[in-house]
Design a protein around this ligand. Structure first.
Ligand code: G6P
Length: 359
C-alpha cells in the first residue's frame, strides 16, 4: 500500500498533489469531445444539474458558469430531492446534467433513470469509465482524473470543474453569448491551470501551520459570493467529512441573516475573495465578521486582504470564473491537516463511503 501511495502518507494527500496532472488530462481528454457535446445540447433552455455531495457542489459551480457564459439559467437539485420532486416536471425539452465521480451513486443513477423515462436528454459527467451512469446516459464527458481512493473527493472535483468550464465555454462560443476576448482569456488561463494549481500546492507548509493554530476550534464558517459560494460549501464539507469538525458554508450575504450571531472571539471564518465582481462586498463582509471577533483566513489575490484578515493565503490571479478550481485546493489541504492532527484517518472517515450505492 505504501507503494501505491507514492511516498505520501495518505491517498488523499497524494490525490490532492495529483491535481495539476489530473486537470491537464481533463483538458486534453475533452478538447474535441466537448465540442460535439456542446453541439448536441446547445438548444436546450430547460437545464437541470443533479449530483450529490461534492458532485452537487460542482453542479452549483456549473450553474454559475452556464449563467455567466452561456446565458442559460439552470436549476440545480441534489439528486435525492430531484428524484421525488420532478417526476412530472420534465419532458423531452429538458436537459439533465448528472455529475457523479463513481457513476454509481444510487440517487444520481435514479435521477438519470427518471429523466430518461420522461424523455429528457441526459449528459453525465463521470470519472469511472464504464460505470452505470455512463451506460444509461445519452452522452458522457469523462473527468479523466484517474482512480480516487480517498473517500473525500479532491482531484475528481477540480476535474469536474475543468470539464464544466470547458462545456460552458464551448456553449458560449456556439451560441455567441460571450465576448470572444473573454473566451480567449479563459482558454489561455485554463491551459495554464496546472501551473496555478502547482503554485497553490506550494502553500502546503503554511496551511499545515494554520491547521496547527486552528486545531482546537469547534466551529468553522466558510463564506463566498457568486461563483465562490459553492467553494464555501465544499470547504465546509471537507472538514466535516474528515476532520469531524462542525462547519458551515454560506453565501456571504447570508451572514447577517442569522449566522453572525454565532461569531464571537476567535471563531474561524474562511473568506473566499478572488478579485472580480463582488470583491468589495467580500471585503465588507470580512470587516463585519472581524468586528465580532472572528479569526479571518482570507484567500485572494488582492493584497488589501492582508490588512483586514489575520491570515492571508495569496492566490494566483485568475479570472473569477475559473477561480473555484484554484481556491478549493487550500481548503482540501486545511481539512487534510486538521484530520491528521486530530488522529483521524483521512482516507477512511467514519460512517462514510466512497460511493453510496444504497438509498
Ligand atoms: C459520497 C462520497 C463523496 C461524494 C458523494 C457523491 O458521499 O463520500 O465524496 O461526493 O458520495 O459521489 P459521486 O460518486 O456520485 O460523485
Amino acid at each position: 500500500e505504501m507503494a501505491e501511495k507514492g511516498g505520501y502518507e495518505h491517498f488523499m494527500l497524494k490525490e490532492i498533489f495529483e491535481q495539476p496532472k489530473a486537470i491537464k488530462e481533463a483538458i486534453y481528454g475533452n478538447a474535441e469531445v466537448v465540442e460535439r457535446v456542446a453541439e448536441e445540447v446547445a438548444e436546450y433552455e430547460r437545464i437541470i444539474f443533479v449530483g450529490m455531495g461534492t458532485s452537487y457542489h460542482a453542479a452549483l459551480v456549473g450553474k454559475y458558469l452556464f449563467q455567466r457564459l452561456a446565458k442559460k439559467i439552470p436549476i440545480v437539485e441534489d439528486a435525492s430531492e430531484f428524484r421525488y420532486e420532478f417526476e412530472d416536471l420534465i419532458d423531452d425539452k429538458t436537459l439533465v446534467i448528472a455529475i457523479t465521480q463513481s457513476g454509481e451513486t444510487a440517487d444520481t443513477v435514479a435521477a438519470i433513470k427518471l429523466a430518461k423515462g420522461s424523455g429528457a436528454k441526459v449528459l453525465s459527467i463521470v470519472n469511472v469509465v464504464g460505470s452505470l451512469a455512463t451506460r444509461i446516459a445519452d452522452l458522457t464527458l469523462y473527468t479523466h482524473a484517474g482512480p480516487e481512493i480517498g473517500v473525500a473527493a479532491t482531484k475528481t472535483y477540480t476535474t469536474q470543474l475543468t470539464v464544466l468550464s470547458m462545456l460552458a465555454m464551448a456553449l458560449a462560443r456556439k451560441l455567441g453569448t460571450a465576448d470572444e476576448g473573454l473566451l480567449k482569456e479563459l482558454e489561455a488561463e485554463l491551459r495554464r491551470m496546472p501551473e496555478y494549481v502547482d503554485a497553490v500546492l506550494r502553500l502546503d507548509d503554511k496551511i499545515k501551520g494554520l491547521a496547527e493554530k486552528l486545531r482546537e476550534k469547534r466551529d468553522f464558517f466558510y463564506i463566498g459570493r457568486g461563483i465562490s459560494y459553492p467553494t464555501a460549501l465544499e470547504g465546509a464539507l471537507k472538514i466535516k467529512e474528515i476532520a469531524y469538525v462542525h462547519a458551515e458554508g454560506l453565501s456571504a450575504g447570508e451572514l447577517k441573516h442569522g449566522p453572525l450571531a454565532l461569531i464571537e472571539d476567535g471563531v474561524p471564518v474562511v473568506a473566499l475573495a478572488p478579485s472580480g465582481k463582488v470583491f468589495e462586498k467580500m471585503l465588507s463582509n470580512i470587516e463585519e465578521a472581524r468586528a465580532r471577533g472572528a479569526y479571518v483566513v482570507a484567500l485572494g489575490d488582492d493584497i488589501r486582504l492582508s490588512e483586514v484578515a489575520q491570515e492571508f493565503l495569496r492566490m494566483p490571479q485568475v479570472n473569477e470564473l475559473l477561480s473555484p478550481i484554484v481556491y478549493v485546493i487550500p481548503l482540501q489541504l486545511l481539512a487534510y491537516h486538521l484530520a491528521v492532527l486530530k488522529g483521524n484517518d483521512p482516507d477512511r472517515p467514519r460512517n462514510l463511503a466512497k460511493s453510496v450505492t444504497v438509498e
